[in-house]
Structure formats: C-alpha cells, structure tokens
Design a binder for this molecule. Structure first.
Ligand code: PMP
Length: 396
C-alpha cells in the first residue's frame, strides 16, 4: 500500500484529467511501425508517425544495428566522459557534422534531452532567450531550466522579433541574448523564416538556435532547414533528432568545434546519462549515408506529400499553412476533431487528433504525416476514406 498523500493526489488528479478528456489512451501496435500498422488485429494506413523516409524499418538500417550489436554489444556501458566513447559514436558525430555543414557535432540520447542539455549549458541567469510561442515542449523546458529570462515572440512574426530583440539588447540588462525556433513547426508544418531571422540576429548580435527535428531528412535535400536556406555559417546551433526522418532514436547539435567542445564538457545529459546504444548510433549513421547516396528517399517523401495534400484540398479540406509533409486537416471544434479521427481509424486510416492545449482553441485538427514508404495505392485509399468520413460528418 503506497503513501496516502500520494494516493489522494493521484486519485483526484487522474479523475480530473479523465473528466477533461485529457487522460492518454495509448494504442498498442502489433509489429513494426511502418507505413501500415496493425492495431487490435486490424491493418491501418499509418499517417501518425514521424518516420518520414520509411527508415524505421529499412533493411540496411536493421542490418547496421544488428552488426553493431554483435561488434559492440547492446549497451554503451556508461557515460562517455567516464567510460570512454565508442568509435561508432565518434563516427556518427563526424557524419552529422559533415551532413549539416558544420565543424563538429555532439549526439545525445534523445532530442528532448538534447534541448534540455544544450540550451542550459550555454544560456544562464543574467541572459535572455527570445522564443517563438509555438516552440516544442523540450525547448520550453530547456529554456526554463537555463534560468535565463524567457521572452515569447509571436509565432513567425519578424516585426515582433525585431522589436523585442531591440528592446532586450538596448536595455543592457542581459549578458547574452538567444533567439530559438523550430525549423519546421510540428503542428502546422510551416517553415521558420531563416533568412530574415539571420538578418535580425546579425543586427542585434543574437545567438541563433534552430531545432530542426521536423526539417532534418525533409528540407534541404535531407540536410535540413538551415541548409535549405544556405545559412549553415550563420546559425550557431543546428539541433535535430535521430528519431524522426533518420528513423532511429537520439538527438544532436551541429555547430562550431568550440561550441561542441563546450557542450561535451557542460551539457548535463551528456555528462550524467549513458549514451545512445551502439546499435542506434550505427543505424543513424547508415541512415545519413543512405540519404547522401540516394536523393530518391527525400524526393519520394515530397512526391507523396504533395500528392496527398493536393488530393485533400481537391475534396475540400482546409490544410492550413503547411509548407512541408506535415499535413494538418483543420476542422476547428475539439470534439469534432476527436470524432473525425475515430471515424478515420474505424475506416482504416490511422491519423490522430490534435486539440487544445497543444494547438490554440478552435483549431482542432487531425494531423497527417505522409511518408516515403506509402504507396500511391495507400494514399488513394486514404483519400477515399477522407472523402467518405468528411461527408458523413459534414466537414466537407
Ligand atoms: N523538438 C521537436 C520540434 C520535436 O517535435 C520533438 C519530438 N516530438 C523533439 C524536439 C524531441 O525529439 P525526440 O523525440 O527525439 O526526443
């Protein structure tokens, strides 16, 4: 029997979450998380994963992971600064730096703790961080942890950014000022205005940090949003994940030699948490090699995404301002978004609702991630379902 105070806390709060419809129910996928998945014995076309290039189940990545497990074992053993680093981690970091066009890179165990560790290793009390209001939760938490003053900037509003950058730098109150933004925003699929950001950052001497979790493997031929705008020499932190298009797990920062040396001695998840498994490092390395050798993966992703988006618009859906494969189908009302997703799933399309507080009230949606592994038949089938369900629910 556990502690009574804890029991009361959990009982009350779980009831509260449940009443508000905020208690997570997590579907169990039977088998691989590929372009099609099986849940409760039923095959569904999967539009809910970030597996943009279909690499999570790619045979060459699987082979690289298995080979590495045989060579190095399944675990890295300890923290890299204590136990020594495996050469496979060094090779991965070199490859990331080469791919991103930077001097060096550091790998973390996840994108989330990369943001927590990297932001707080550089930004401190007495500094200020200007942060786009729709930035990912791991950025928000990393900023909080840093102890710096956090100032929210209106989403993608360059006038607001410039006004705040001017005010903060002219106040003379802060030692350093950073601007931090997602490269591709995960709920709407819009792309950060990197060129304008760089202009403002250079004018006001801001440190720049781009979280390209959804841009890596997607934008710039796979090398990301910063590469897309040819701004590799102007962005201080190119952060990304190994868990989405790369298909595995992990996070990284690519930047100058000096920055990476600093992070390797100051970022707490690097110092106090066991590194990526050797298998994950080897698979991620293979993933980047595949992208470099063969542009077809990224091209296929865009071909599928463009086709899917065009068809959705043709049948009358609002897909917002997306400029990337992230495809929100916006219906507005929160309960309608929930119902919409349930009906899509019942008809064989796995696409999940995203509602307040993840997105603003009244902009409830079902979010789709078409990927390079989807066949044209799968997409056509999904569009048929979208048409039928949308008409039944009076959305289109
Ligand atoms: N940043 C952004 C913008 C993300 O979307 C995510 C993943 N949801 C993360 C960071 C965290 O990455 P990971 O899943 O690798 O921890």
């Amino acid at each position: 029997m556990s502690n009574k105070v804890l029991n009361d806390f959990l009982t009350n709060n779980l009831e509260d979450l449940s009443e508000k419809g905020l208690l997570n129910t997590i579907d169990v996928i039977e088998g691989a998380n590929g372009p099609e998945i099986t849940i409760n014995g039923k095959k569904l076309i999967n539009f809910a994963s970030n597996n943009y290039l279909g690499f999570a189940t790619h045979p060459e990545l699987i082979e690289a992971e298995v080979e590495a497990a045989h060579k190095y074992g399944v675990g890295a053993g300890a923290v890299r600064t204590i136990n020594g680093t495996l050469d496979i981690h060094r090779s991965l970091e070199k490859k990331i730096a080469e791919f991103k066009g930077t001097e060096a890179a550091i790998a973390f165990q996840s994108g989330f703790n990369c943001n927590m560790g990297a932001i707080s290793a550089v930004m401190k009390k007495g500094d200020a961080i200007l942060s786009d209001e729709l930035n990912h939760a791991s950025i928000i938490d990393g900023c909080r942890l840093s102890g710096a003053k956090v100032i929210r900037v209106k989403h993608q509003d360059m006038e607001d950014l410039e006004a705040k950058a001017k005010e903060v730098t002219e106040s003379g109150e802060y030692n350093k000022v950073m601007y931090i933004t997602d490269g591709v925003f995960s709920m709407d699929g819009d792309v950060a205005k990197i060129e304008e950001i760089v202009k403002i950052a250079e004018k006001y001497n801001l440190i720049t940090y781009v979280d390209d979790a959804h841009g890596s493997g997607v934008m710039g031929g796979g090398a990301g949003t910063v590469k897309h705008f040819h701004m590799q020499d102007h962005i201080d932190f190119q952060m990304g994940t190994l868990s989405k298009a790369i298909g595995v797990v992990g996070g990284y920062v690519a930047g100058s030699e000096q920055l990476i040396t600093w992070l390797k001695s100051q970022a707490r998840p690097f110092l106090f948490s066991t590194s990526l498994t050797p298998g994950a490092a080897a698979a991620a390395l293979k993933s980047i090699e595949l992208m470099q050798e063969n542009p077809n993966y990224v091209d296929k992703l865009w071909e599928n995404a463009n086709y899917f988006k065009e068809k959705l618009q043709e049948i009358g859906y609002d897909i917002g301002v997306s400029e990337t494969p992230i495809t929100p189908v916006i219906v507005g009302d929160e309960s309608l978004a929930q119902k919409f997703s349930q009906e899509l799933i019942a008809h064989g399309v796995y696409a999940k609702p995203i509602v307040y507080p993840t997105v603003p009230l009244g902009t409830g949606r079902v979010r789709n991630m078409p990927n390079a592994g989807h066949t044209k038949e799968m997409i056509d089938q999904a569009i048929e379902v979208y048409e039928k369900v949308g008409k039944n629910l009076g959305i289109i």
